[in-house]
Design a binder for this molecule. Structure first.
Ligand code: SF4
Ligand code: SF4
Length: 480
């Protein structure tokens, strides 16, 4: 049985991807994008080489994700695996910052800061260097494969691959001592994992920035859908001023209309805004999912407006409210301080404050306790009951310390013992832990015979540092 309906037979459900050749523009937003690109890339490539003085024996790299050592160094902060909630906190702050940016000025993240946009912009620039401007590129792509076309294409792709390799190369420098790893990478002495990651990032950068480009924003990235649900009528978005631009027409036609006393728009229908758009959309058709809010059409249109002697910002950052107000002949209003933005600011401040407070007051010792699962208790021949625990002690200071482990909540006569070498002091075990290290010990808690204990008794492990810091962990003591 066929489901084809005559004329549609053989037609594809999917439109072929058309290559976009964005025209070069100059202006405020282009300059801003260049500045962000240069600063952003400088930070990305140079940050791994920034040094930070720490205690002897600790790495001196300012930002280091030390996976073998299970530490994350961020300037003066050292995060242990047990403190991964700081990373969660950072991600929550990043999400709220993104929401706030969206509430203030739409997809500015997409247009200016997203790595996909930044690297694609750089790849466009490389394309222009070797293959010329938009028209030249389009003409060459339609033409036959001449020597001129081949060497220009080859130079473009070679440069793209070098940029992609530098991108992947810089990424792995965040995971080891950067100067050492850099030398190892070039002398082929680095670990195979490093080469694998460089290869993965090289290929993804080359593919995403060189080929899929705006397709990533249109089809792969979830943010356009999310932001569409989060935006409101007060958010600034790149918009075409319909009230001023329409009816559009050539400069000559518009002049004639005006001379005849009829309404004529400022848009001369030159198509420069569409030609400049890296996602190939026509902003005059209204706000669209494909618009990444990069502002390049504003620069393109401003140049046309200047050339034709008209006011600039026929396309500009505007709000839905103002578009409606202008249509009614009312003056535009901007409202940056509103409930939505204030809620985001408060949430960012709260999460940041909690994190800062936790960081400022966090203990330099830590304690994790794991009760034996099987058997949960052992009854000795003298009637006493014994429970076994695996205890991990954390010493986050850059000096070896003797930590005192004790228990609380158990009846008098309960003993705390370990098979590891340890001194005792007032019922506590004194366990030395090396600087910036963890130590695992097996401990046994034995309740005396005749102690009237329930089946499960709350028990607290207490760890004390020589400086007087105390941390507690609650567990339970099992009895028959
Ligand atoms: S319509 Fe304008 S702001 Fe939107 S993506 Fe295209 S050039 Fe950028
Ligand atoms: S660049 Fe400006 S004048 Fe030209 S088509 Fe676009 S909106 Fe109209």
């Amino acid at each position: 049985m066929s489901v084809d309906s005559g004329a549609d037979a053989g037609a594809s459900l999917y439109e072929d991807q058309k290559k976009i050749y964005p025209a070069t523009v100059s202006g405020t937003f282009r300059r801003l994008k260049w500045a962000i690109l240069v600063v952003g890339m400088a930070i990305y490539y140079l940050l791994p080489f920034l040094r930070w003085t720490r205690a002897p024996g600790q790495p001196d790299q300012a930002i280091l994700l030390d996976l073998p050592g299970r530490r994350f160094y961020f300037f003066f902060v050292e995060i242990w695996p047990q403190e991964v909630y700081y990373v969660t906190g950072l991600m929550i702050i990043a999400a709220f910052v993104l929401f706030l940016m969206n509430a203030l000025a739409g997809r500015i993240w997409c247009g200016y800061l997203c790595p996909q946009t930044v690297w694609t912009d750089l790849y466009f620039a490389v394309e222009r260097i070797f293959q010329g401007e938009r028209r030249e590129q389009m003409k060459r792509d339609r033409g036959p494969w001449t020597f001129d076309k081949i060497w220009r294409k080859a130079a473009t792709h070679l440069t793209w691959i070098v940029i992609a390799m530098l991108t992947g190369g810089a990424f792995v420098l965040y995971f080891a001592d950067a100067p050492t790893l850099l030398v190892e990478l070039f002398t082929l002495q680095a670990d195979m994992t490093a080469y694998v990651w460089v290869a993965i990032l090289t290929s993804t950068t080359y593919l995403l920035a060189g080929f899929t480009r705006e397709q990533v924003c249109l089809y792969m990235c979830p943010w356009p859908r999310i932001q569409a649900a989060l935006t409101d009528e007060w958010a600034l978005n790149v918009s075409y001023r319909v009230d001023r631009g329409e009816p559009r027409g050539s400069l000559k036609a518009n002049k004639k209309l005006r001379a005849a006393g009829e309404k004529a728009g400022d848009c001369v229908d030159c198509g420069q805004c569409v030609a400049a758009c890296p996602t190939g959309i026509d902003i005059r058709e209204g706000l669209q999912m494909g618009c990444i809010q990069c502002g390049l059409c504003i620069d393109a249109c401003d140049a046309v407006m200047r050339k034709t002697g008209q006011d600039i910002r026929l396309i500009g950052y505007d709000t839905d409210i103002n578009i409606e107000r202008r249509e009614r002949g009312e003056a535009p209003v901007f409202k940056f301080f509103r409930a939505r933005t204030m809620v985001y600011v408060v949430l960012i401040a709260v999460v940041a404050s909690v994190m800062a407070w936790r960081l400022g007051t966090r203990a330099t010792i830590g304690l994790n306790v794991l009760h034996d699962r099987n058997p949960q208790y052992v009854q000795n021949s003298d009637g006493s009951v014994r429970n076994g625990f695996t205890v991990r002690l954390l010493n986050k200071k850059a000096e070896r310390r003797e930590l005192a482990l004790a228990i609380a909540g158990m009846p008098a006569g309960t003993r705390l013992e370990t098979s590891s070498p340890a001194k005792t002091e007032g019922g506590a075990l004194l366990l030395p832990v090396d600087s910036d290290q963890t130590r695992e010990v097996r401990v046994l808690v034995t309740a005396p015979a005749g102690a009237a204990l329930p089946v499960s008794q709350d028990l607290t492990f207490v760890l004390r540092s020589p400086d007087g810091e105390i941390v507690n962990t609650r567990d339970f003591f099992k009895s028959p």
